[in-house]
Design a protein. Structure first.
Length: 444
């Protein structure tokens, strides 16, 4: 038994370590974030509220049915509810009613209410999809920020190692009297600066991971890490396939915000018909079953048994109810006018959103072009900086270049590397934004 316990404990620890060491790729991060983000869960509750309204409007078509029982103790002079004679004795009376009514014609008010709620349900789903899309884009951004921070840490670490190696070689030459102490001091200062850069880069990784975990609703203290593919492996559409006109047309057809606006307009149109129906007569049918019972609790008057009285006093009713609105303070007409204004407001909002998305798409396209040009320019700068540094290193090794000049070239190369990876990640993200506006999901 003890061996079994130890075995289970080891397996538990192993599994926990496996989970902790699991690395998440971009696809898994996005899908987890869309399903577990707290704002998405809150929006899903709104969907459930809307679904309840839809179900209730469908049930409202059915006839209602209500049972009522009124039992009371009475004393003093009053009318016997069963035979309508006057009595003065104390008594207990019971009256029971079973009533039902159903709309016969109401200008399709309930039918249009159901249709409006169905469109509201579609709008609620589109609104949730919009939030999920926003979360997906944010998660992708923070995922790329983590990758960028890790790449920057790698670059600064290599820079530190180079500086440490140069310091080690220079220290040997200084100790041998071949170089002045100033050379070693300058490299020691450079090592200190490079060490600070590595520490800052590591801090940036932690910050980026915390931001990513927040959007994914992962506790800040839970072990978490991501896969670190090279940015070249992240799929990106050619910019020629993301022309703004084509992206805008796709956005109108596919983006949740645009679908949401369309569904809200359709719901508002149905609600306007419901408001209009309130200004016209309605016809309903009704029916009821009634019976009464009395028990004299004082005096010598005898009453029939309970069930006999219920049978004797049993009555039925059926009829038609016509409700004609004549004057109600103008509320029905005012509500109808409000519903028309709601439609106009939603139409304007739809146009505003369409204009904004078009402006955003053209802006995103321009940003992507600029990012691509900066990325290409950064590549040329990096190539030139590497060549310059290699020449400087060779001259330094043979004593033809001062340490300060070598450090300057080395720092220039570091800045070029950092700028290059920054431009590369910026370009990838700008392209992902264009993909996002197509409304067809991010390529993962």
């Amino acid at each position: 038994m003890r061996n079994l316990f130890v075995t289970l404990l080891i397996l538990s620890i192993f599994c926990s370590n496996s989970i902790a060491q699991e690395k998440w790729d971009l696809k898994k991060c996005i899908f987890y974030g869309m399903e577990n983000n707290l704002s998405v869960k809150q929006m899903s509750l709104q969907e459930k509220f809307t679904d309840l309204s839809l179900k209730q409007s469908k049930l409202a078509i059915l006839p209602n049915l209500n049972f009522a029982d009124n039992t009371s103790f009475n004393s003093g002079r009053r009318q016997n509810p069963t035979n309508f004679t006057l009595i003065t004795q104390s008594s207990i009376t019971t009256g029971m009613q079973l009533q039902s009514s159903a709309d016969i014609f109401n200008w399709f008010s309930k039918k249009n209410t159901i249709a409006a709620n169905e469109w509201e349900m579609q709008a609620a789903k589109a609104n949730t999809d919009k939030l999920k899309n926003d979360i997906a884009l944010a998660v992708a951004n923070f995922y790329l920020q983590v990758l960028l921070a890790k790449e920057q840490e790698n670059i600064t670490t290599v820079q530190l190692q180079q500086s440490q190696a140069q310091l080690s070689n220079t220290r040997k030459m200084v100790d041998a009297g071949a170089l002045p102490e100033l050379n070693a001091a300058e490299l020691e200062a450079q090592v200190a600066r490079d060490s600070a850069n590595v520490i800052a880069a590591a801090g940036n990784i932690t910050t980026a991971i915390l931001n990513l975990k927040a959007y994914m609703s992962i506790p800040a203290d839970q072990p978490f890490d991501i896969e670190s593919p090279t940015v070249d492996k992240i799929p990106v559409d050619p910019i020629a396939d993301l022309q703004p006109d084509a992206v805008y047309a796709s956005a109108l057809a596919n983006l949740p915000q645009q679908r949401y606006n369309g569904f809200k307009l359709k719901a508002a149109a149905k609600n306007a018909q419901v408001s209009k129906a309130a200004m016209y007569p309605t016809i309903a049918g009704f029916g009821g079953l009634n019976t009464n019972y009395i028990s004299i609790v004082s005096g010598n008057i005898k009453t029939d048994p309970f069930f006999k009285q219920l049978n004797t006093n049993f009555s039925q009713s059926v009829g038609i109810n016509i409700n004609v609105p004549i004057f109600n303070g103008g509320s029905a007409k005012t509500n109808y006018k409000r519903s028309l204004l709601t439609i106009n407001n939603l139409e304007l909002q739809k146009e505003i959103d369409n204009q904004k998305i078009k402006q955003d798409i053209y802006g995103a396209y321009n940003n992507a072009l600029v990012a691509l040009e900066k990325f290409n320019a950064g590549k040329k700068t990096l190539d030139a900086s590497e060549r310059t540094y290699n020449f400087a290193k060779k001259r330094y090794d043979v004593g033809m270049l001062a340490t300060f000049e070598l450090i300057t070239n080395q720092n220039n190369l570091l800045r070029a590397k950092l700028e290059y990876v920054l431009n590369q990640f910026d370009y990838v993200f700008k392209m992902k934004v264009l993909e996002f506006y197509k409304g067809q999901g991010l390529k993962l």
